[in-house]
Design a protein around this ligand. Structure first.
Ligand SMILES: Cc1cc2nc3c(=O)[nH]c(=O)nc-3n(C[C@H](O)[C@H](O)[C@H](O)COP(=O)(O)OP(=O)(O)OC[C@H]3O[C@@H](n4cnc5c(N)ncnc54)[C@H](O)[C@@H]3O)c2cc1C
Length: 399
């Protein structure tokens, strides 16, 4: 007797990433790292994050130690206590962290890709020995001061100055929107000198340094954002990063951090989409689940497509980076696309949740608000359009 075919209306649901079989593209080792970070996010971040976001405060130093124990701080760097893992594994860790909250991923990005990368790549042996092992363990926190009140997209205009006084350097100026600023033990500060822009390793207890926290944010509330005030900060000659000369130094650090965002933003999008699917399955409207309406399914299908395409792009860039071949304009492609799609997904998911979508009971609007910052930092959407435009035409349209 012929068996009855499975009903077309009763298929077992698949996850958005499962539909693309994304896991089959990731090595077992990288998947294990991703799983460990996901567990930390589930156990430690998700239960607390709404409270941290609402109060605008996070236990940054405790979290840094926990993230350090897991090995995610500077995890793609070699030596000096760093885990030396693949760029793809680092990207997947960023994805899981940002599924928790963009603020937590920001803490890790700034520590590993900006502050530690700058010291690792451009620092003296003495600077590396002094800071990197403690930063990898999360015992010391770093920040990265490039942006100024009047110079964000155009850091070349920066007014912060470093002048020589005998063998010392004296730094004066203001930096703005600096992640981890008020909780950092060390600040990497970029300043104009008589001979190009140079980077300085500034212990934050140096006289003349202060970092007032920026309040009243509506985005990245679970992240410390600060101004840096440098009032005649006197440093020894050895504080300068010897191998970075000119803006290419800080720009190469930003390229590292924005690579993490290519993956990270998709973590926020995945969390929104999974929340929306689960909500739509449970919410009954006009006597049937919201998930059973064609309009809802069209939204879910379109969002899943963008999430999956973004993931394929991220993994492609990860492979290129692991092979040492990724170019900055390719990372711009990834940041431009994935953050833009992630914020579109977050906003669309919010519509599925209706009024419930506007509270911290669900992660969706928190992610959407966070992604407003992610859209802006590490190069705005417009800046990356200009980078890609220049790559395509050979013509710079920045000015
Ligand atoms: C939460 C948060 C954390 C941050 N953390 C850090 C940090 O740790 N360290 C750090 O150094 N910085 C940090 N930043 C700063 C961030 O990198 C800057 O905000 C960003 O570079 C944009 O600069 P801006 O805000 O001054 O905007 P502006 O440069 O004033 O840009 C304003 C608008 O003009 C557009 N625009 C710029 N140039 C052009 C052009 N040529 N053509 C057309 N449009 C253009 C921009 O795209 C944008 O839409 C952070 C920012 C935020 C929000």
């Amino acid at each position: 007797m012929a068996t009855k075919p499975q009903s077309r209306t009763q298929r077992k649901p698949q996850s958005p990433m499962g539909l693309f079989d994304i896991d089959s593209l990731v090595s077992e080792e990288d998947r294990a790292i991703q799983g460990a970070v996901r567990r930390l996010v589930e156990d430690r971040i998700k239960p607390e994050i709404a409270e941290w976001f609402e109060t605008g405060s996070i236990p940054a130093r405790d979290l840094a130690k926990e993230l350090g124990s897991l090995g995610v701080l500077g995890m793609h760097l070699e030596g000096y206590g760093c885990a030396g893992m693949s760029a793809t594994a680092y990207g997947l860790a960023c994805l899981e962290l940002e599924a928790g909250d963009s603020g937590i991923r920001s803490l890790v990005s700034v520590q590993g890709s900006l502050a530690m990368f700058a010291i690792h790549h451009f620092g003296s042996e003495e600077q590396k020995q002094e800071w990197l092992p403690r930063m990898a363990a999360g015992e010391a926190l770093g920040c990265f001061g490039l942006t100024e009140p009047d110079f964000g997209s155009n850091p070349a205009g920066m007014r912060t100055r470093a002048r020589k006084d005998g063998s010392d350097w004296v730094l004066t100026g203001n930096k703005m929107w600096i992640t981890n600023g008020s909780v950092a033990d060390v600040a990497i500060v970029w300043a104009q000198t008589e001979d190009k822009v140079r980077g300085f390793v500034v212990p934050t207890d140096t006289p003349g340094f202060s970092a007032p926290e920026i309040k009243k944010k509506l985005s990245l509330r679970a992240s410390v954002t600060s101004e840096l005030v440098l009032d005649e900060v006197r440093l020894p000659e050895s504080a300068m990063l010897p191998e970075a000369k000119g803006l290419s130094g800080p720009l190469s650090c930003l390229n590292e951090a924005r690579y993490g965002i290519v993956f990270g933003s998709l973590g926020a999008a995945r969390d929104c989409l999974e929340t929306a699917i689960s909500y739509a399955n449970e919410r009954e409207i006009f006597d049937k689940p919201l998930a059973a309406y064609q309009l809802t399914q069209a939204k879910l299908a379109d969002m899943t497509l963008e999430l999956g395409k973004g993931m394929l792009l991220a993994l492609h860039l990860g492979r290129l980076k692991d092979a040492g071949n990724v170019r900055p304009e390719q990372v711009s492609l990834g940041k431009l696309n994935n953050v833009r799609e992630a914020i579109a997904i977050a906003r669309e998911c919010r519509t599925i949740l209706g009024a419930a979508g506007i509270t911290l009971e669900h992660p969706v609007m928190r992610h959407a608000n966070n992604l407003e910052s992610v859209l802006t930092y590490e190069g705005t959407t417009e800046v990356h359009q200009l980078v890609v435009g220049q790559a395509l035409t050979g013509k710079s349209a920045f000015r």
